[in-house]
Design a protein around this ligand. Structure first.
Ligand SMILES: Nc1ncnc2c1ncn2[C@@H]1O[C@H](COP(=O)(O)OP(=O)(O)OP(=O)(O)O)[C@@H](O)[C@H]1O
Ligand SMILES: [Mg+2]
Length: 430
């Protein structure tokens, strides 16, 4: 990255001067030759030849100068090729802009992070962030480094720290008075760090609230065991069983929170295993059959055989455990839960349907929020933490699968998971 040289500003002046001198010398020579020829003075001929040689040599100098300029242009191209190589070598996204804010170079990482990037296009086409646009303007105005952050919510949540540095590449066209300012934009993906920060804040706000209930109950029983039930072994045994259940609840909450944070961290990394959905479903149904019996509900599994999707088996088990467990727990009054697996040309889908009380429409958009519950007391009483559907959503995002929830009050609920198949209708790994 080279600053504009003083040489460039001097070249045109020097070239003009030499050109003028050459033309002057040639004109003077021709004039003297004419006068001498007319006046018939042969003794001055050697001097005249010398003058003509000097004039021709002077005329030839601008050509040498042109060649030098061409070589400079060539070396400037080399400089740009070198800069492109350096830009390509960065592990983080790098974009170079000209003085108009148009993209002149970028590396593969930048294209992957900002797919709308294109040479000659304004950066704002690819980065829709007023903060980044104003950082670029600031660099152009003040010629100093500017730093900002850039957040994006769709298609997946991402955050970048952006550093915009002004530079002058020695790449101005030959003869220009100086090279224009350009901007090197360095993007650093801080998505994971920001998510961790937010997780910490959420944890403090929501988990402390959720932990308070079992903790208060634990304190209450400890005081009872130490006081009124001090000499009552039967009551102590009963209270200890409740205390164990409260402690189990607290540890489940912490496990769920940690799973959620782990899945969120790798949400933009797609799983690669081939997973048989039919075997995942029969395993989950087997696991939940005792709970269904307890709730006097029947789980009916039906549908296709050998359905393959690309995924993470343990995570998919978690998804269907949550959905079927919810249907059993909250829809138990319906007495039946249907689990249907359909293998279509464009997608494979699993629908979990119950015939319980259903969910009012105003709750549907918020069901996958952390700790969101339609009836907090009912969920708590059933051992719920309100994290199940949040986990489902994050796992499915990672699998590029969709969750469709349909419900009407009094008519049960259906949760459909759709795994789109790659273009061409082939089942992955089949
Ligand atoms: N099939 C269903 N029928 C009626 N309500 C449901 C159904 N599934 C989920 N809900 C409602 O959505 C809420 C959120 O569900 P989610 O699975 O996220 O949490 P949870 O079941 O309460 O706790 P956890 O899954 O952590 O045990 C539930 O508390 C319940 O109110
Ligand atoms: Mg649940």
């Amino acid at each position: 990255m080279v600053a504009a040289t003083q040489q460039e500003t001097q070249v045109p002046t020097a070239r003009r001067w030499r050109g003028n001198a050459a033309v002057g010398a040639l004109a003077a020579t021709l004039l003297i030759t004419g006068v001498l020829a007319l006046s018939g003075a042969p003794f001055l001929l050697p001097a005249l030849v010398g003058a003509i040689v000097i004039a021709v040599a002077a005329l030839a100098r601008p050509r040498a100068q042109r060649q030098m300029a061409a070589e400079m242009t060539l070396s400037q191209e080399n400089v740009r090729a070198g800069i492109q190589a350096i830009v390509s070598g960065f592990a983080d996204p790098v974009v170079v802009l000209d003085a108009q804010g148009n993209v002149t170079m970028f590396n593969a990482q930048a294209k992957a992070a900002l797919p709308q990037l294109g040479i000659g296009r304004p950066l704002s086409f690819a980065v829709r962030s007023p903060e980044v646009v104003s950082a670029v303007e600031r660099v152009l105005r003040e010629g100093a480094v500017a730093e900002t952050e850039f957040h994006e919510k769709v298609p997946v949540e991402r955050s970048f720290e952006v550093r915009a540095t002004p530079v002058r590449f020695d790449a101005a066209p030959a003869g220009a008075t100086s090279s224009a300012i350009e901007i090197v934009m360095l993007f650093r993906d801080v998505t994971a760090a920001r998510r961790l920060e937010r997780m910490r804040v959420d944890f403090v706000a929501n988990a402390s609230h959720e932990l308070r209930t079992p903790l208060a109950s634990l304190y209450g029983f400890i005081e009872t065991i130490e006081g009124p039930a001090k000499n009552d072994p039967a009551a102590q045994a009963r209270f200890l069983a409740i205390m164990r259940e409260q402690a189990r609840r607290m540890s489940r909450l912490i496990d769920d929170l940690l799973s959620l944070s782990r899945i969120e961290l790798k949400e933009h990394v797609h799983p690669t295993e081939d997973v048989r959905l039919d075997s995942v479903l029969s395993e989950v149904v087997d696991t939940l059959t005792p709970l269904a019996l307890e709730c006097r509900t029947k789980i009916v599994l039906e549908g296709a055989n050998r359905v393959l999707v690309t995924g993470d088996r343990d995570e998919l088990i978690r998804v269907f455990e949550n959905l079927i467990e919810n249907a059993v727990k909250y829809g138990q009054s319906g007495g039946r839960v249907d689990v249907a697996l359909v293998d279509g040309e464009r997608a494979a889908s699993v629908t979990v349907r119950d015939y319980g009380p259903g969910i009012a429409p105003e709750h549907l958009p918020r069901l996958t929020e952390r700790f969101y519950r339609v009836d907090v007391a009912e969920s708590r009483q059933k051992g719920g933490t309100g994290l199940g559907l949040a986990l489902v959503k994050h796992i499915l995002n990672r699998h590029k699968a969709r969750l469709l929830v349909r419900s009407e009050l009094g008519a049960g609920a259906s949760f459909e998971v759709v795994f789109p198949k790659p273009q061409g209708g082939e089942s992955p790994g089949a």
